[in-house]
Write a protein that binds this ligand. Structure first.
Ligand code: AGP
Length: 588
């Protein structure tokens, strides 16, 4: 949940601006504070600030630092509040270190270091790693020996970068569960993901768990957890990694919403389902978090209806702690945009450890991510780099893969999928109509989303979109569930956003809406031309293009994404970097 970047100039050029540029690509991972440390002219120098990266860039204008080797960090606070004292890099007399992850044994290490007379200036767990390195240096070890001792002593999850005052031609990095990519180019680079270093590199190596690397001006040497030198395959940097800017859009989120037809089209082109993919499979277990979990809920409707395979969808962070029964011949399908969500990764590994007959497949947007590298089979959502913290194009691309899987034995429905990109393109034309709804609800404190059948998960997803970027408390419900309690929430103010297109569930949903209308005055309906004929002027209507009702979840997600986006813009909140959140949740 933090972003880390390190750069070593081959010609001793100043690296600070490249580090800041790299951190800009990583702000989606966390933005509570930021900092940079360099070694230059034999000195170790650091500048850091609370708040977003702009604050650091402004401070560097006033207090510039220069150096040929440096590391930077943008933070999502885990241990210790978002203050300057807790901002990385953590530094000691001779060491600067940045960390993404959680050191589980930091308390015992800290107690030991305190007993040895070392002091601390922060409440973070990460500082323990920096002070541990200093202690080893003070005992006479070299930077390499000190770094090896530190990663042996630490338990937990980490992506570490460390530089040493006495060793200005090296960066040390290590990975356990938190991603690290090493870049080869005009300079040597290292970062949390490829996008943060792609501007300076032509090839990239991804570290595996337990690996550590020594980066020098001549390249990098990689070691496994037994300190054996290992060869790592290099991946060419692709254009979409380099050109992942906002373009003419004001926010990444709206750019990514508008890219959905193309993301769906590309995802449809790939991801052919092997004929024997479900051979021997007697049930499906879907593991995911957040928006990806909502995609899994949609998948359940499709898998059970069209493949007749019992399908269980589990919140990954809950799954492995409840001693679940894992039956033989289960397809464990993990859904994850980032491929780095540790809750999902650990749930997948739990299945692998506890039943070897299971098949582990991943639906992910990031190839070479931890989950994609660990799964037996990977479906790649071709959505391109998704920067906005609120997932949009990756979500509809996930649904597209799930549809291809579920409809793999239904040529007629597979054919219907081909119409999807164009129909989604048409739904984006509703932006103006949705803007009017956004204006109406932007000052609400609460909001209710209702859906039935395969649109119930989309009610949950629409509510998550609104709450996570506008901070309006929104809840999604199965419409039929309202009469069992939640209907008490309806008053004349709360917007009740209802997904009610024509089709099998229309009559049931229509009567649920009547019940809501009898108790409130702010009912908003997303429907289609046929459905719209049944609603009078007492409700606000957004009329979407018609499509096969099995594909409603993909189409009806888009206007709800637009609604959340527009409400947030009208409220003046930060669409791409909402408070307290991060794009990739790599801590439990
Ligand atoms: C999506 O809008 C949220 N930011 C969040 O719920 C996200 O879906 C969740 O953290 C899972 O991330 P993943 O898909 O990368 O595993």
């Amino acid at each position: 949940m933090c972003g880390i970047v390190g750069i070593l100039s081959k010609n001793n050029d100043d690296v600070v601006s490249d580090i800041i540029n790299g951190l800009e690509k990583l702000e989606y991972r966390g933005y509570d504070s930021a900092g940079v440390a360099v070694v230059g002219d034999g000195e170790l120098k650091r500048v850091r600030t609370v708040g977003k990266l702009n604050n650091l860039a402004d401070k560097l204008k006033v207090n510039p630092v220069k150096g040929g080797v440096g590391i930077g960090h943008t933070r999502w606070a885990t241990h210790g509040k978002a203050t300057e004292e807790n901002a990385h890099p953590m530094v000691t007399k001779d060491v600067a270190l940045v960390h993404n992850g959680i050191i589980e044994n930091y308390k015992e290490l800290k107690a030991d270091l305190l007993q040895k007379g070392y002091g601390f200036t922060s409440q973070t767990d990460s500082e323990v790693a920096a002070v541990y390195l200093q202690m080893e240096l003070d005992s006479g070890l070299s930077p390499r020996e000190a770094f090896r001792e530190m990663i042996k002593a630490v338990r937990g999850t980490y992506a570490f970068l460390a530089i040493f005052k006495t060793c200005p031609d090296m960066i040390f990095c290590a990975r356990n569960k938190s991603p690290v990519a090493v870049g080869f180019g005009d300079n040597m680079c290292v970062g949390s993901d490829a996008s943060s270093i792609s501007a300076n590199c032509s090839e990239i190596v991804y570290l595996d768990d337990g690996d550590y690397a020594e980066i020098t001006k001549d390249g990098a040497t990689f070691f496994d957890s037994n300190l054996n030198v290992v060869e790592k395959s290099r991946v060419a940097v692709t254009d979409d990694l380099v050109n992942s800017g906002k373009g003419e859009y004001s926010h990444y989120m709206i750019k990514e919403i508008m890219e959905q037809p193309s993301a769906i089209r590309k995802t449809l082109l790939g991801n052919d389902v092997p004929r024997d993919f479900f051979k021997g499979i007697s049930r499906i277990l879907i593991l995911a978090c957040g928006t990806s979990y909502h995609a899994g809920l949609v998948g359940k409707y499709w898998f059970e209806k069209y493949l007749r395979l019992p399908t269980h969808v589990e919140i990954a962070s809950e799954y492995r702690y409840r001693s679940p029964v894992i039956e033989d011949n289960t397809l464990a399908l993990v859904i994850t945009q980032s491929g780095e969500t540790i809750d999902t990764l650990e749930a997948m590994e739990y299945v692998r450890r506890n039943n070897v007959t299971c098949k582990l497949a991943a639906i992910t947007n990031v190839l070479n991510s931890a989950i994609s590298r660990s799964a037996d089979f990977v479906f790649h959502t071709e959505a391109g780099v998704e920067i906005g913290v609120a997932s949009t194009k990756a979500f509809t691309a996930q649904l597209t893969v799930l549809a291809k899987l579920a409809f793999s034995k239904n040529p007629e429905l597979l054919n219907q999928l081909q119409n999807l990109p164009q129909v989604c393109e048409n739904s984006l034309l509703l932006k103006e109509d949705i803007d009017k709804i956004a204006f109406k609800i932007k000052d609400c404190v609460n909001a209710i989303y209702l859906g039935r059948d395969n649109l119930y998960p989309i009610a949950l997803e629409g509510a998550l979109k609104l709450k996570e970027i506008s901070y309006i408390h929104a809840e999604g419900f199965a419409a039929g569930e309202m009469k069992h309690g939640p209907i008490a929430l309806i008053d004349d103010v709360v917007p009740v956003i209802c997904l009610c297109p024509s089709g099998n569930m229309f009559d049931k949903m229509f009567s649920n809406i009547q019940v809501a209308q009898a108790r409130g005055k702010n009912v908003i309906v997303f429907t289609d031309t046929t459905g719209a004929e049944s609603f009078d002027g007492s409700v606000e209507k957004i009329v979407l293009p018609s499509i096969n009702e099995e594909l409603y979840p993909i189409l009806y997600s888009i206007p709800l994404q637009l609604l959340a986006y527009m409400v947030t813009v009208l409220k003046g909140e930060d669409v791409d970097k909402p408070r307290n959140l991060a794009k990739s949740v790599t801590v439990e």
